[in-house]
Ligand binder design. Sequence first.
Ligand code: AP5
Length: 206
Amino acid sequence: MAKTLIFLGPPGAGKGTQAQRLVEEKGFVQLSTGDILREAVKNRTELGKKAKEYMDAGKLVPDDLIIAIIEEKLKDLEGKDIILDGFPRTIPQAEALDKMLPSIGRSLDKVILFDIEDKEVIRRLSGRRVDPKTGKVYHVEFNPPPEGVEVIQRDDDKEEVIKKRLEVYHQQTAPLVEYYKKKNKLFVVNASKSPEEVYKEILSVL
Ligand code: AP5
């Protein structure tokens, strides 16, 4: 059966960075709800218009919108190994996923928890830059973009929004740690290490 993984962890823990590498080197498909929403905002679709206000404020987009997006995307990924990056983020989203997976012939393999302290997250997010053409993620200090690559800062990487996102993570998403621990699906990696070391830890878990 095709693999189904969840990447769980605070904003800026490195979920997207590691997912991109697994896509490039191991053939996974990354399903990032954040990327899907940002694309919708950019293209000013109905979804984008609804989501923008929440995202700019660092709040979560309502569960029903997110669950519908994931349901739609999963239908097209039959037989593919997938990483759910940034979903689920609330208990109702996790319960919806539990119902959804068997109905499309999948089951959850592992949840990888990216363990990292808030102060490190703040350093990472305030220095993050993105290449809008390729979606590649860089960091002004830890992984500077190559010369000639023009990068931008995400709207929600401003200091006051970062603080709000962390607060929302601790309130609404952190309860998922217990949820998946009880199901024996949770595997913890030390996300404060270098990207290479984190990648190796993930491979050893997989
Ligand atoms: P989303 O895009 O999912 O944001 P996030 O979870 O906050 O995660 P990030 O993308 O900020 O961080 P990351 O862990 O991927 O870190 P990265 O690899 O970039 O969501 C955005 C918004 O969309 C939410 O606020 C919400 O409004 C909405 N949304 C999305 N999903 C939703 C859902 N399910 N329900 C409701 N609303 C939803 O790394 C960060 C930086 O650190 C980079 O600069 C990187 O180069 C650097 N870095 C990475 N790894 C390392 C390392 N090991 N050492 C040093 N630097 C590193």
